[in-house]
Design a protein around this ligand. Structure first.
Ligand SMILES: [Zn+2]
Length: 296
């Protein structure tokens, strides 16, 4: 029996290919990426003192952003990723075990994933798994991998390999040093002084991956501290750094507008051209972005 013409034979295959392409999820904005680096316990004045001229010219930076009350790790991080304050999310506890369940509010993790974007979460404290839906893998980097240089190395590697739309990285070293030796003590400041070089090294990897133009890096913190504690409304506890870098950031700008920790969530979505939920208190920090995104 004669074979049908070659073109006819390939049509079923072409139709199948078309169906597969149609069924594939549409990535959010696959080229764009936001990296959130949360350095636990970094006071704005401590980082400002260590921030070199070379990075000043590359960043849109605020040294007077504020966290929420209580100025504690879990409530603050919930605000950072959910776009709302404790009066809305209701999380005031700072200890968590898996039996307590996970945060059920919409977050940058659920919104980005819902839009088809890849999400990678690296955490240096196990309790922060509370932030992440149980079915979204979040890697807890236990000691000694949780040392900040090691965490940033893992983060850069994951960024280059997976190119997620959202990479969220939590670093615990500054908070550890603050509780052990005191905020603004010599050992605490030594840890903070390492941060700019770590960020530069991370950004070099972003450039090497060819992703600079489409990447926004947000460097911030969950709270500051005084003595060996934090949690109060004192300026030393609530004033945090908020710094935008990368190709999607406006370079060489000192941000003067009031910035709240929950603006991180809104800025993340806006940079990815995703809609910011209208019920969020957080607003995109447009002054920090190179071009006006189409989000709210
Ligand atoms: Zn903390």
């Amino acid at each position: 029996m004669r074979q049908p013409p070659r073109l006819l034979r390939t049509i079923p295959a072409l139709l199948l290919l078309l169906l597969v392409l149609q069924a594939a999820p549409v990535p959010a904005r696959q080229a764009r990426a936001v990296v959130v680096l949360s350095f636990d316990g970094v006071r704005a004045d401590a980082l400002q003192g260590a921030w070199p001229e070379v990075l000043r010219g590359q960043a849109a930076a605020s040294w007077s952003a504020r966290t929420v009350l209580p100025s504690l790790t879990l409530p603050a991080h919930v605000s950072m990723v959910s776009g709302v304050g404790p009066e809305v999310h209701g999380v005031r506890f700072n200890d968590w075990t898996p039996e307590m369940g996970r945060l059920t509010l919409p977050t940058i993790f659920t919104r980005v994933r819902g839009a088809g974007g890849g999400v990678v979460v690296l955490l240096a404290k196990p309790k922060l798994r509370f932030l992440v839906p149980a079915d979204l893998p979040a890697e807890w980097l236990a000691f000694p991998r949780h040392r900040q240089a090691a965490v940033l190395d893992v983060a850069a590697q994951r960024f280059r390999q997976e190119r997620p739309a959202l990479l969220f990285v939590h670093v615990a070293d500054p908070d550890d040093a603050g509780h052990r030796h005191g905020w603004m003590s010599a050992p605490y400041l030594a840890v903070v002084r390492e941060i700019p070089a770590l960020v530069e090294r991370f950004l070099a990897q972003v450039r090497a991956a060819g992703a600079w133009e489409q990447t926004l890096l947000l460097l911030t913190s969950d709270h500051g501290g005084h003595g060996v504690v934090h949690g109060s409304g004192r300026p030393e506890d609530v004033t945090i750094p908020w710094i935008a870098m990368g190709g999607l950031a406006r370079a060489g700008v000192e941000l003067t507008q009031p910035i709240m920790i929950y603006d991180t969530a809104a800025t993340t979505l806006a940079a990815l051209e995703l809609q910011v939920p209208p019920q969020w208190q957080g607003r995109p920090v447009r002054e920090a972005l190179a071009a006006a995104p189409t989000g709210r």
